[in-house]
Design a protein around this ligand. Structure first.
Ligand code: ADP
Ligand code: MG
Length: 263
């Protein structure tokens, strides 16, 4: 939020190259970035620019090729063992044979939380995402937006300070997405989480973020980092204000500047 808040993710000269049969793919090239406690950071850029790769490096699901990255001041591996983050995928990825409650319980079971603690956490997170009363439903009995909320609840259930969200609302229609954007902002304010959020949508990035990271492909680089000047209180109507449109314009410029037209 402020430059004095503790660092949650810090990347310096971060590079990641995938070795493939067709040769190396430079997914991330010299990425420098600081995410601070309480930040809502959006990553925006064309498909293939390394957004998912960056989240996966934070989560210790991929290893850097060179450079430095810390998560809560630790290596990603240490942070993972300390349960530093919750991960929300593009598809809700709920198990169809488990009820909503049992889906949320899954990471808690794996982490060995006591049954009574599990029940308390499930109740609290269902309330946070406004799904109280749906605990005993199966995923297919819920709408797409509700399923995605359940998957956010699952990521919140074990109290990680950091939420990694990879295009969580990308597959939803615009009305549902608007609604979830509002809900997510409220939840972020209530819980004081730090959020890294990948999106393709300029309005979504501008509406949600304290900081917008614009990326370009081949090799994946950060081309602009925009600190939002919007107030924290954001009714949906803020999207018509000149201040909002100005930030959106700068994001669009950044995307255009970073785009290669050689293909
Ligand atoms: P984004 O999420 O921005 O669409 P990704 O991080 O998924 O981009 O991918 C960045 C680049 O790395 C792309 O060119 C993609 O094809 C490549 N890539 C991603 N994962 C792998 C992998 N496991 N092996 C080889 N190449 C990969
Ligand atoms: Mg991706």
């Amino acid at each position: 939020m402020t430059s004095s808040a503790p660092s949650v993710v810090s990347a310096r000269n971060l590079c990641l190259t995938y070795e493939t049969n067709d040769g190396p793919v430079h997914a991330l090239s010299n990425v420098d970035l600081d995410v601070r406690k309480g930040d809502f950071v959006s990553f925006i850029g064309p498909s293939g620019c390394g957004k998912t790769t960056f989240l996966r490096v934070i989560a210790d699901l991929e290893r850097k090729t060179s450079g430095d990255i810390t998560v809560n001041g630790m290596t990603p591996e240490e942070a993972r063992t300390n349960r530093a983050y919750g991960y929300v995928f593009q598809a809700a990825a709920l198990y169809p044979w488990r009820t909503i409650e049992k889906n949320i319980a899954l990471p808690l079971e794996i982490m060995g939380y006591a049954k009574s603690d599990q029940a308390k956490r499930i109740e609290q997170t269902l309330d946070l995402v406004n799904l109280t009363g749906f605990a005993h439903k199966y995923p297919w009995q819920l709408s797409g937006g509700m399923q995605q909320r359940a998957s956010i609840a699952r990521a919140l259930a074990f109290d990680a300070d950091l939420l990694l969200m990879d295009e969580p609302f990308g597959a939803l229609d615009e009305i549902v997405r608007d609604h979830l954007n509002e809900a997510l902002l409220k939840l972020w304010k209530r819980t004081n989480k730090t959020i890294c959020f990948v999106t393709h949508s300029i309005p979504e990035a501008v509406y949600l973020s304290t900081k917008i990271v614009v990326m370009s492909p081949r090799p994946g680089r950060v081309t602009d980092v925009i600190e939002s000047t919007l107030p924290h209180e954001r009714p949906l109507g803020i999207r018509e204000t000149p201040e909002f449109l100005e930030i959106a314009h700068r994001v669009r410029d950044g995307l255009r500047a970073g785009h290669s037209y050689e293909e």
